[in-house]
Design a protein around this ligand. Structure first.
Ligand SMILES: [Zn+2]
Length: 67
């Protein structure tokens, strides 16, 4: 099982969780405040992918016509 990094939105705690891929979207409990309000940190690959999307989006935007 892969380990994912989470950040608690309530207290700002960063923690690692072993997560099954199928359970990625289920709630993760913060070990510090026990609130299920954590967000998964973006991985480097996901960040790079988003950067690429921004680049392709801006280039495709120039070819767009109005009306
Ligand atoms: Zn917390």
């Amino acid at each position: 099982m892969p380990i994912y990094e989470y950040t608690c939105r309530s207290c700002g705690e960063n923690f690692d969780q072993l997560r099954n891929v199928n359970d990625l979207d289920s709630d993760v409990e913060c070990p510090k405040c026990q609130k299920k309000n954590a967000s998964r940190k973006m991985s480097l690959t996901a960040a790079a992918r988003e950067l690429l999307q921004q680049l392709t989006a801006s280039s495709s935007c120039s070819g767009r016509r109005y009306g």
